[in-house]
Design a protein around this ligand. Structure first.
Ligand SMILES: Cc1cc2nc3c(=O)[nH]c(=O)nc-3n(C[C@H](O)[C@H](O)[C@H](O)COP(=O)(O)O)c2cc1C
Length: 310
């Protein structure tokens, strides 16, 4: 895309800008087509897809916190077959790259979803949500054990012909072993962060504010934590890193790019305004102009003073 300072190539896929809509906050993409011009987005990551439809968790599922929100939607989705039948053909008429977010509770679940999508047209790549318990291994989260993660990623790699992005959880003591396990098992990129496990309690009822108990914290409250993890992950691997967590402005996006991300995703900000990803891309162009930089490449990974090891 000559002349476009925001254009990047991610895992071989040309994107008109480095700002994608994050999984779970932009539906399957097509629902937003009436209010957002999908063709101006860098990309769309779909709601997580499983092999069968999932009804989700009991209400209440959302709770507002200072600077963020806790959710426990429970990965509710229509299932991969309905996505391919009902959503994908409608998305196909747009030129925006669509990344399918895939999850499961056993390696075979992930593989089944990828196999189904491999035969479908209109998917640019896969993002594996690994923040799920592996029910075949006593419920240990794929995202909390580098060996389980490596096994999942290498099996997914062996069947996926399209680019594979592995979305890491922030709920770990150190991020580098997970970033490296994903890279060594064949991931084309990693994205981080997913939500932080959190809790809110109503003191009057003494019950959790969320029906399922714990939920995932997202939004501006997590941004400094996410930024630190993105910087550390980018330092640990050579594959591209996609940064997210609380991004709500072009300057926020610039911070993640400077920390070493090649692209960013916008989640919770989309709940306030569905046009947020497009607006953030525009603001990012303003940041480039202010810094008199020719393009995104001149910003990404160019932190002036390195952080000391923690
Ligand atoms: C309501 C809601 C649903 C989400 N669903 C998914 C999902 O299906 N798969 C996934 O990988 N991440 C999911 N996420 C996590 C987001 O994609 C993102 O990683 C996280 O919210 C942090 O970014 P943010 O602060 O910009 O929202 C969800 C987040 C929210 C708030």
């Amino acid at each position: 895309m000559p002349g476009n300072p925001l254009a990047i190539t991610l895992c071989g896929i040309p994107l008109r800008n480095p700002v994608l809509a994050a999984s779970g906050t932009f539906g399957y993409g097509i629902e937003f087509a009436k209010i957002v011009d999908l063709n101006i987005l860098g990309g769309i990551v779909t709601k997580g897809l499983s092999r069968e439809p999932i009804p989700g968790n009991p209400a209440p599922r959302l709770w507002h916190t200072e600077g963020g929100m806790i959710n426990s939607v429970g990965l509710q989705n229509i299932g991969v077959s309905a996505f391919i039948r009902e959503k994908l053909p409608k998305l196909y008429k747009y030129s925006v790259p669509v990344f399918a977010n895939v999850f499961g509770y056993a390696v075979e679940d992930y593989l089944e979803v990828i196999r189904a999508l491999e035969d479908a047209e209109g998917v640019a790549g896969y993002e594996l949500n690994v923040s799920c318990p592996n029910t075949k291994h006593g419920g240990i989260f794929f995202s909390s054990d580098p060996d389980l993660l490596a096994d999942l990623v290498s099996q997914a790699r062996s069947i996926a012909r399209r680019p594979l992005i592995v979305k890491l959880s922030p709920n770990v003591a150190r991020i580098d072993p997970f970033a490296q396990a994903a890279e060594q098992s064949g991931a084309d990129a990693i994205s981080l962060v997913n939500t932080f496990v959190s809790l809110a309690i109503d003191p009057l009822t003494r019950k959790p504010r969320i029906g399922a108990g714990y939920g995932g914290l997202s939004g501006p409250a997590i941004k400094p934590l996410a930024l630190r993890l993105v910087a550390q992950a980018a330092h640990a691997v050579k594959i591209p890193v996609i940064g997210l967590g609380g991004i709500a402005s072009g300057e926020d996006a610039a911070e993640f790019l400077i920390a070493g991300a090649s692209a960013v995703q916008v989640g919770t900000a989309t709940f306030i305004d569905p046009r947020a990803p497009a607006q953030i891309a525009r603001q990012l162009q303003g940041v480039l102009s202010e810094l008199a930089l020719p393009d995104i490449g001149a910003l990404a990974g160019h932190m002036k003073s390195p952080c000391r090891a923690q």
